[in-house]
Design a protein around this ligand. Structure first.
Ligand code: GSH
Length: 207
């Protein structure tokens, strides 16, 4: 059975948990990282030299990098389905949003998340938060525009492209920040909130 190593409030672990729910894959999970520690254990570093979570074990295969894990699980269990399109063009149109999540929207929002959720109030740097929110709002407008003509990021269907950005969308929508008017992104978020896997693994609050 697939073994997922990582605490369940980690955005990168949540990508993997939600993917398993979408493709109906059973797994076991071990709490790890954050308050659970273990990141620097030599045994863990041998599996994941970054010392970060998640790491997954699938038989003899040991894999890290959450988006690569999502692609692997989709290919193994959902290859050719609408979730992971076989057509290279259709796949790339979805896949690009996974890279965009890693390089654009999450680096923009992360400093706000860390300050507002993981830092005691008297130690927060609100200038850092303001800069992060401005960048995240700019990225969110790109999403909102894309969603004027697409129900999901890869087009009409829910795909792998929605997993990483959907995880960030939960954080963006639930942080106590000022957002511009984003009607298409709000409608998209409402669609995600109807998905059982999103309800189970994302809608658990921010911590
Ligand atoms: N690019 C990596 C980043 C992994 C990462 O930064 N994980 C964070 C949690 S979201 C982590 O391990 N933080 C230290 C910890 O939780 O102990 C991935 O996508 O898997």
């Amino acid at each position: 059975m697939l073994h997922i190593i990582g605490r369940n409030n980690s955005s990168n672990v949540q990508k993997v948990l939600w993917t398993c729910a979408e493709i109906g894959l059973d797994f076991e999970r071990t709490d790890f990282g954050g308050p659970f520690g273990g990141n620097d254990d030599p045994e863990y570093r041998a599996k994941n030299p970054n010392g970060l979570i998640p790491t997954v074990e699938d038989g003899d295969l040991v894999l890290w990098e959450s988006n690569s894990i999502v692609r692997y699980l989709a290919a193994k269990h959902g290859g050719g389905s609408r979730f992971y399109p076989a057509d290279p063009g259709a796949r790339a149109l979805a896949d690009r949003w996974m890279d965009w999540q890693l390089t654009v929207i999450w680096p923009a929002l992360l400093p706000a998340f860390l300050n507002l959720i993981r830092t005691p109030e008297d130690k927060r740097d609100m200038d850092v938060v303001a800069t992060a929110v401005a960048k995240a709002n700019a990225a969110a407008k790109i999403l909102d525009t894309h969603l004027t003509t697409n129900a999901y990021l890869g087009g009409a269907d829910f795909t792998i492209g929605d997993i990483p950005v959907g995880v960030v969308t939960y954080r963006y929508m639930n942080l106590d920040i000022e957002r511009p008017s984003l009607p298409n992104l709000e409608a998209y978020y409402a669609r995600l909130c109807n998905r059982p896997g999103y309800q189970k693994y994302l809608m658990i609050g921010l911590s």
